[in-house]
Ligand binder design. Structure first.
Ligand SMILES: [Zn+2]
Length: 293
């Protein structure tokens, strides 16, 4: 499941590669993926992409008049094909072809994308492709004159991004008081902070030396602060790694550098004790019984 670091890379890359280009054509061979009508799909053709960004676990595409929101859920992946000739992944359910643009990347493109070889040339006609074997993810078409809910993306459903500079330690201490439950569920709760899911919650709790099933109410003040510091450092480190590792295969999820998640039975990188792994409701939780309290 893509989480904040995965989606941050995609948003930066697609903003750098596609913003400033007009939509040439859209195909939606996977009818379960798209929330919108064929007429609404046609309405995007000719509109220029102005901005591609991430908020929580959603990707947003802002065009001249209309918008699109993408919620990749469990298995949705996005590919940037420099030309339409690049082979399509299986179960591609949405394709947006873009035209040439006058200049290079937009002025506010992430510094790490500068001069990247994978940025399509100005005259190229690149494609944004969405593939989703389970078709659980959704692409919401949001024409300016259509009211359509994007579940999970409402202002009351999402707290600040876990990497938001405005989310200070003081704000974290205040927000966390409203959530008495288990720490792993707390980190995955998008109303608390947005962008963290099953994998990075394990990583954050390992870094903070806290047990995933402990209740927030049992934490000492310094443990709450430790969790904040770990959230920031784990996500920042993952983004740095993924910038190096992911491009140009944006459709691949790189997770092999994680410390504990999905590494049940392997040695804890901090203390060497075997990592414990439990599965509940189809979700894996991995942690070290020895060095996480
Ligand atoms: Zn350990």
């Amino acid at each position: 499941m893509p989480e904040l670091p995965d989606l941050a890379i995609l948003a930066d890359a697609f903003h750098a590669g596609l913003t400033g280009r007009p939509v040439l054509a859209i195909q939606a061979p996977g009818p379960l993926t798209v929330r919108g009508t064929p007429h609404e799909i046609d309405g995007f053709v000719g509109q220029c992409l102005l901005r591609f960004y991430r908020r929580g676990k959603f990707l947003w595409l802002e065009f001249e008049r209309d918008r699109i929101a993408v919620n990749a859920m469990l298995t949705g992946r996005l590919q940037l094909a420099a030309t339409p000739a690049v082979k399509k992944p299986q179960m591609t359910t949405f394709v947006m072809r873009f035209g040439p643009r006058a200049g290079g990347p937009p002025a506010d493109a992430g510094a790490w994308t500068a001069e990247a070889a994978w940025i399509p040339s100005p005259e190229a006609t690149p494609e944004l492709r969405y593939r989703d074997p389970t078709q659980m993810g959704k692409i919401y078409l949001l024409p300016h004159n259509v009211e359509r809910q994007v579940p999970g993306a409402g202002p009351d459903e999402m707290g600040p991004d876990a990497d938001d500079p405005e989310l200070s330690l003081a704000v974290w201490r205040t927000r966390i008081r409203r959530h008495p439950g288990e720490l792993k569920n707390l980190l995955r709760n998008q109303e608390f902070v947005a962008g963290v899911g099953n994998a990075y919650s394990d990583e954050i709790l390992h870094a903070a030396r806290l047990q995933p099933f402990r209740k927030r109410g049992t934490l000492a003040a310094e443990e709450i602060d430790e969790m904040y510091a770990a959230t920031r450092s784990v996500l920042a480190n993952a983004v740095a790694v993924l910038r190096e590792r992911v491009p140009p295969a944006f459709e691949k999820e790189v997770r092999d550098f994680l410390a504990v998640h999905n590494r049940g039975g392997e040695a804890c990188p901090r203390c060497g004790h075997p990592i414990t792994q439990v599965e509940a409701g189809g979700f894996v939780t991995s942690y070290c019984r020895n060095c996480q309290r």
